[in-house]
Design a protein around this ligand. Sequence first.
Ligand code: FE2
Ligand code: FE2
Length: 284
Amino acid sequence: MPKLQVSMEKEHLSDAACRHYTGTVYSDHATAELLEAVRELVNDDLPHYTRCLTQAVDNVQPVFMRKRYAEFFWHCSTTVRGYLENVIAASSTGEGEGALKLFDLWRSIDYNNDMADQVLRHAQDEARHARMFLRMANAMTPGCIAPAELAVRESTLPPLGVPELSSRASVPEHHLIDHLVQMNIGEIRTRLHMHLFAPIVFNLAPDSGRKLVRGTLEALADDELRHIGYTALLMEQWARDGDADLIAGLYSSRLATFNAITVDHTEGAIRAYGQGRFPDLLEM
Ligand SMILES: [Fe+2]
Ligand SMILES: [Fe+2]
C-alpha cells in the first residue's frame, strides 16, 4: 500500500467497483509495503522494528488488516446513509483525543529535548488533522456540518499552537516506550483506515469538493507516514540500546488490545448493517 489511492475507474456502487476497491486498498503484503515506505522515509533498515511489527501482526492477525474488513467498510459506505460522514466526524474526534494525549506526553518528557520536540510537533499535527477531517466532511457532503456546529466542534478541539508548559511528573522511559508503541500502532491503523475511505470519499465528493478532498487525504497520508516513521526510528534506537525484548512484547500485547477495541467498535455496525454477511469479522 505504498501510495494513497484517491481515484476509482469503475461505476462507484457496482460489485465490480467493490472488487476493484478491495483489490487496490487491501494487500496480503500490506505490512511489508508499509515497512518499505517507512524504511525509505527514515533512511534506516529498521531491523528490530521490522521484527517486532511483523511478529506482532503474524501473532494477532488484526481485523483491520483483513480483506473482509475492507469489504465491510465498502458495504456500509455505499449502502448506509450518513455512514461515511459519521466515520469522518469520529476521525476528527479521534485525532483531537490523540493530540491531547500527545500534548500530555510532551509535557512529561523533561530529559530529552529532541524527543520532546518531535512529540510536540506530532501533537500539533493531530490537532490540525482534527480540523481537516471536519472540513473534508463538508467538502464530500456540502452542508453536512452546519457552520454553527462546525464552530462549536472546532472550539472543543485542542489548540493548534504550543500550549502552556505546566509542570507535570516526568514519564519513566519504559512508560514512554509503551505510549509510543501504542501511538505507532494507532498511526498504522489510522493510515489503513485512510486508505479504506480515500477512494470512496473522493468519488462521492462533488466536483467542487474534490480538490480539497484530494489535497486533504494526501496531506494526511504524508503526515501519518511521518508519524509512523519517527516513532519507528525511536523504537529502533531503544531496541539497539537493549530494550528489544521489551518492545517486541509490547508490540504483540498492544496490537492484541487494539484489535479487541477495533472489534468492539465494529461489532455494533456489523450487527446493524452487515445483513448477516460478515460474522467472521467478529471472530478474534
Ligand atoms: Fe492524524
Ligand atoms: Fe498521526
